[in-house]
Design a protein around this ligand. Structure first.
Ligand code: ADP
Length: 387
């Protein structure tokens, strides 16, 4: 059993600035957790603290039930795979994988059995006698993973393991990691700046920015209910469109979103969440993903019509760039003969509407998602209008 628990962990390299702030997370046994965020947000520092390669400034780290703040890396029962592979160039693949077991004075036949097993899992049985320089990038990465697998660690730590590979190989290795994970069934903590990698690999994702956790959730939760504007913009490609100068209106118990001269009804399920939060009328930022802007035949009613700035045809889908209410936006649409025809007929106008069951509503001041129920509102709290 290897739960990992981080309790209010902080890291400061210098006095002024915290690289990681109050990081609290409980990772379940055999869970695959991905730390994701832009460069410099504190992902690697967090991982390195779990590995014992960085001191923890304050807070507590538990692996299983053991407090490990002061435990040496080699005694933590973890294995780490780095971006740079860090293979020994003068050793064969076999010896690279066997090295840590030899250090632990494991009998030779047991070492051979473990290396063979890892090589089989990774499909590198034919490469065991080669040196690292005779391997491709993907093969080297497999050896680096193999070196970690042979030790049967309680926790597997991976720091951007795919970022040195070209795009095609990265996709392949990503799929292989999904399979590998099923085969070795241990606890994983994985760091990446790539949101697609995070979404495809993680049971849960921890989105970080400037040393702080922004949201912890399943891929579905962070995509469909981003906690705040940062997560909304970071997760999803192309980025979520954000409309400013929008008003959320509560009238006779119904919520509407008003902007650019139109009033759109808030979906009943979302309205329920707003109600639960005692949400009053206020200024909001409205988020809509590019795939939730739907092309219409003509303007009027709930449909907008604006000039097309760029029409990007990517094959089966197209990205249509336009502007609405001062915001640059992207519409993701299926590519059809009709979509091209429509383009010509409308003299470069695109007509579209917002799917109102896919609106994201953020407080204009705090950037927090108003559709996430805040469970801890004290009873009898009077919620003033935030507008
Ligand atoms: P990420 O992995 O998300 O790119 P890091 O954890 O490497 O981010 O870095 C987080 C912050 O800590 C950054 O501001 C970085 O400059 C700083 N930092 C990282 N390592 C050191 C170090 N050894 N000394 C001083 N500052 C560091």
């Amino acid at each position: 059993m290897a739960k990992v628990r981080l309790d209010k962990i902080c890291k400061s390299y210098d006095r002024e600035h915290l690289a990681v702030k109050d990081f609290t997370l409980e990772i379940e046994d055999k869970e695959f957790v991905v730390l994701v965020g832009p460069s410099g947000c504190g992902k690697s520092t967090t991982l390195r603290m779990i590995a014992g390669l960085e001191d923890i400034s304050t807070g507590e780290l538990y692996i299983g039930d053991r407090l490990v703040n002061r435990v040496e890396p080699k005694d933590r029962d973890i294995a780490m795979v780095f971006q740079s592979y860090a293979l020994y160039p003068h050793m064969t693949v076999y010896d690279n994988m066997a090295f840590s077991l030899q250090l632990h004075k494991m009998p030779k036949n047991e070492i051979a059995q473990k290396v063979d097993e890892a090589a089989r899992i990774l499909g590198i049985e034919e490469l065991l006698q080669r040196k690292p320089k005779q391997l491709s990038g993907g093969q080297r990465q497999r050896v680096a993973i193999g070196r970690a697998i042979v030790r049967h660690p309680k926790v597997f730590l991976m720091d951007e393991p795919l970022s040195n590979l070209d795009a095609k190989l990265r996709n392949k290795m990503r799929a292989e990691l999904v399979v590998l994970r099923r085969k070795i069934d241990t606890t994983f903590v994985y760091v990446t700046h790539d949101q697609v990698e995070a979404m495809t690999l993680g049971d849960r994702i921890v989105v970080m920015n400037e040393g702080e956790i922004q949201q912890i959730g399943t891929p579905e939760q962070v995509f469909t209910r981003p906690q705040n504007l940062f997560v909304a913009e970071f997760i999803g490609s192309p980025k979520m469109n954000l409309f400013r100068n929008v008003r959320l209106e509560l009238e006779d118990g119904n919520y509407h979103v008003a902007f650019e001269g139109k009033r759109l009804e808030v979906d009943p399920l979302d309205a329920k969440a707003l109600y639960a939060n005692k949400q009053q009328s206020c200024d909001i930022i409205l988020g809509v993903r590019p795939e939730h802007l739907v092309i219409c035949d003509e303007t009027g009613g709930e449909c907008f019509g604006t000039p097309v700035d760029v029409f990007e045809m990517l094959g089966s889908e197209s990205y249509i760039h336009t502007k609405l209410g001062g915001s640059e936006i992207v519409i993701r649409a299926e590519t059809t003969a009709r979509s091209f025809e429509m383009q010509k007929q409308k003299g470069g106008q695109v007509c579209y509407r917002i799917m109102n069951d896919n609106m994201h509503i953020f407080d204009a001041e705090t950037g927090e998602n108003l559709l996430i129920e805040r469970k801890q509102i004290p009873l009898n709290t009077q919620v003033e209008s935030c507008g």
